[in-house]
Write a protein that binds this ligand. Structure first.
Ligand code: TPP
Length: 337
C-alpha cells in the first residue's frame, strides 16, 4: 500500500534514460570504484611488506556492487556494509586514510583503535557497524528499516551479505519479518562463489534470488561486475521501498578474486575459475563502457587511475604517521551516553 512519508536527507539520482545518461554520476561511480581498488591494492602491499598486521580483507571484483548500490540510494538512508564493500564506505564519505587507520588500529580510526578491520560505524555518514558475526547486520538493517517506517519517514535500509551468510538462521528471520511488515529494506546478496573455503555447491541448492519468492518479496539477479546493472536494480528496489511496497532481494553474482583475507592463499579455488573471472574485472568493464558512451577518453580514464593511486599513497602516509591508541581511555566508548 502506498504511503506518504517525510523525506530523508540526500538525493538519489534516477536519471531519465538510466544511469548511463548521466555523465557526472557515471564518472563519480567510476572514480569511487577505481579508488576502492587502489586503496585495497595499497593495503595488500602494506600487508605483504609488514606495514599492516592482522587481517586485510579486500573486495576485488565487488566494486560494482559496493558503488552501484550506494550510489543509487540517499545519504540519509541506513547503510550496513561488510568487508567487501569499501566502495560503499568511500561513496558515503569515508576518507581512504581513515579506512587504513582502522586496519592499522590507529587512534584516528573510527573506533579509536579498538577494531582492526571494518567493524566500525560512522553514524554521521549513516554507516552502521557490520557485526563480525555473519549475517547479523541483516537483522540490524531490518530494524533500521522498521524505524523509518515507524517514524513515517521515507528512508530505507540497505544491507549486504555473502552467499555463506544466508545459511545462518538470523538471515531467514530478518527476511521473513521484512516481508511480513513490508519494510523499506534492500537485501544485497554478494554471491562471490565462496564462503571462506566453502564453495557455492555446498552452501545452496537453489539460486538465492529465487528464494525471495519463499518470503514473498521480489528477487532479482544481476551481473555483479556490471555497475550499471547493479545501480538500476537498486534504484528500482529503492523506488519500491519508498513507495511502501516492501523489501527486495538483489543477488549480485561475482567472484572473490583474493583469499578470504590476505593471510589465505585460497589454494582451494580452481585456478581456471580465477582465470575465467579475470576477464570480467568490474573496473575495466566500466572504464570500457564509459569510453564507448563517449563519457571519457582513454587519457581521462588514465588520469583518474593515477589520481586515485596518488590518493591511496597519501592515505598510507597519513595513516602510518597517525598515533597509536593509549590504554588509559580503554573503558571509554563502551556504552552509549
Ligand atoms: C557466525 C559466524 N561464523 C563464522 C564467521 C567467520 N567468517 C567471517 S566471514 C566468513 C565467510 C563468510 O562468507 P560469505 O558470507 O559468503 O561472505 P564472503 O566473505 O565470501 O564475502 C566467515 C566464515 C563469522 N564471522 N560469523
Amino acid at each position: 500500500m502506498a504511503t506518504t512519508r517525510k523525506k530523508t536527507t540526500g538525493k538519489s539520482k534516477s536519471p531519465a534514460g538510466g544511469v548511463t545518461a548521466d555523465r557526472e554520476l557515471c564518472l563519480k561511480m567510476f572514480r569511487t570504484m577505481a579508488l576502492q581498488r587502489a586503496v585495497e591494492d595499497r593495503m595488500v602491499t602494506m600487508y605483504r611488506q609488514g606495514e599492516m598486521l592482522g587481517s586485510v580483507y579486500t573486495g576485488h571484483w565487488h566494486e560494482a556492487i559496493a558503488v552501484g548500490t550506494a550510489a543509487a540510494i540517499r545519504q540519509g538512508d541506513f547503510l550496513c556494509p561488510l568487508h567487501r564493500d569499501v566502495g560503499a564506505h568511500l561513496w558515503r564519505g569515508m576518507p581512504p586514510w581513515q579506512i587504513m587507520a582502522s586496519f592499522l588500529g590507529k587512534a584516528t580510526g573510527p573506533t579509536g583503535g579498538r577494531d582492526g578491520t571494518l567493524h566500525y560505524g560512522r553514524p554521521d555518514l549513516n554507516i552502521y557497524n557490520p557485526c563480525s558475526h555473519v549475517p547479523d547486520n541483516v537483522p540490524v538493517a531490518t530494524g533500521g528499516a522498521f524505524a523509518f517506517k515507524y517514524r513515517g519517514e521515507d528512508g530505507l535500509a540497505l544491507c549486504y551479505f555473502g552467499d555463506g551468510a544466508t545459511g545462518n538462521g538470523g538471515y531467514h528471520e530478518a527476511m521473513n519479518i521484512a516481508a511480513v511488515m513490508s519494510l523499506p529494506c534492500i537485501f544485497i546478496c554478494e554471491n562471490n562463489q565462496f564462503a571462506y573455503s566453502t564453495p557455492l555447491r555446498l552452501t545452496t541448492h537453489a539460486d538465492f534470488y529465487k528464494k525471495a519468492a519463499g518470503y514473498g518479496m521480489p528477487g532479482v539477479k544481476v551481473d555483479g561486475t556490471d555497475a550499471v546493472a547493479v545501480y538500476e536494480a537498486t534504484a528500482e528496489a529503492a523506488r519500491r521501498a519508498r513507495a511502501g511496497e516492501g523489501p527486495t532481494l538483489i543477488e549480485c553474482v561475482t567472484m572473490r578474486m583474493h583469499g578470504h583475507a590476505e593471510h589465505d592463499p585460497a589454494s582451494y579455488v580452481p585456478r581456471e575459475m580465477l582465470a575465467e573471472w579475470a576477464k570480467r574485472d568490474p573496473v575495466e568493464l566500466f572504464a570500457a563502457r564509459l569510453q564507448k558512451l563517449g563519457h571519457a577518453t582513454e587519457a581521462e580514464i588514465a588520469a583518474i587511475r593515477e589520481n586515485v593511486r596518488q590518493e591511496a599513497l597519501a592515505a598510507r602516509k597519513k595513516a602510518l604517521g597517525d598515533p597509536m591508541p593509549v590504554a588509559t581511555n580503554i573503558e571509554e566508548g563502551v556504552y552509549a551516553d
